[in-house]
Design a protein around this ligand. Structure first.
Ligand code: KDG
Length: 317
């Protein structure tokens, strides 16, 4: 297995028209969750990925597991819980720049995950463990489950990738969010924060200052994302900036960060240079924004190559 991830995937309702949610009467039902977005993104590029989770023993749970399985992600570590429902989320696309999300996930099946749901042998056979800051925000036992997964990863030399993915609505307080996210970051080999997330965690600083905060805790690679501008990478030896790809029309920006993560992780799995790995992350992040839905835009190899060549002016897109 190349990458194992742990988190909640939800039935997602995306309005068919833009504007305030109160006026939306029609939705298309999709599925999304930061961790499966990454697992699906990597799978489309040819990697073996696995997902640890819980869903409700309900129609949405069954449909979403079938969807993730259909994308080729291993779902052997996903359990059904008949005491709690599958989480839901609604999107509100006021316009392409202004998108809001509304969660109906408190007490969901995934929020019941606990350390005993993490199997050591499953983590041990992976090259990378990917975790986000969403799962530890779901409940105390989810935070402990993430910690358990990281502990197994460390015991078996599995590289830990952490995307803070700060969702303020899910945390009880900013203090708790900071404490728990920093605890996870300090155990990660690679961290992928947005610049605003680094500011949330450390206060005002320079980009190099943020990177130092992560590196001094033992992180080997920090990639600070600056949205449509591009991303900065830092190791103890070197740093650089890779500009993003310009997009004519953003349709739905949600999921871009997960596409970025899938691109970077695939680059690392292929031992690309950091510049190339970050460029691939930028490309996939950009492509995802052109499509409605969080996973629908994730490209396969052919689409990715076509996009990059078109950006270089080699071929038509
Ligand atoms: O990164 C995109 C995710 O935020 C989205 O797919 C839904 O997992 C999700 C969440 O918790 O917001």
């Amino acid at each position: 297995m190349d990458v194992v991830t742990i988190g909640e995937t939800m039935a997602m309702f995306s309005p068919t028209a833009t504007g305030k949610m109160r006026y939306a009467s029609q939705y298309s039902r999709k599925f999304a969750g930061a961790e499966t977005n990454v697992a699906i993104g990597l799978r489309r590029l040819g990697y073996q990925t696995g997902w640890i989770s819980k869903v409700g023993s309900d129609e949405f749970g069954k449909a979403l597991v079938a969807f993730v399985r259909g994308e080729g992600v291993d779902v052997s570590q996903v359990q059904e819980d008949n005491q709690a429902p599958t989480g839901l989320y609604f999107k509100e696309i006021r316009n392409e720049q202004e998108v809001y999300v509304y969660y109906y996930r408190a007490g969901s099946a995934a929020s019941k995950m606990a350390p005993s749901d993490i199997k050591e042998a499953y983590i041990a056979q992976a090259a990378y463990l990917h975790v986000t800051g969403i799962t530890p925000a779901l409940s105390d036992t989810c935070f402990e489950a993430v910690q358990q997964a990281i502990a197994y990863a460390k015991q078996h030399q599995v590289q830990v990738i952490f995307d803070p993915n700060i969702r303020e609505k899910l945390w009880d307080s900013k203090e708790q969010a900071k404490e728990r996210l920093l605890q996870i970051a300090s155990q990660a080999d690679i961290v992928l924060p947005g610049v605003s997330e680094a500011r949330y965690l450390f206060g005002e600083s320079s980009l190099a200052g943020y990177a130092q905060q992560f590196l001094k805790n033992g992180t080997k690679l920090v990639i600070l994302k600056e949205g449509s501008k591009g991303a900065h990478f830092f190791t103890n030896d070197r740093s650089g900036f890779v500009p993003s790809y310009p997009i004519e029309r953003v349709v739905d920006p949600i999921g871009a960060g997960d596409g970025f993560a899938a691109g970077v992780i695939s680059g690392l799995l292929e031992a690309l240079s950091l510049e190339e790995a970050v460029a691939r992350g930028n490309a996939i992040g950009a492509i995802v924004t052109t499509v409605n839905g969080d996973v629908e835009g994730l490209p396969d190899r052919e689409e990715l190559t076509r996009f990059i060549q078109a950006e270089k002016g080699d071929v038509d897109r």
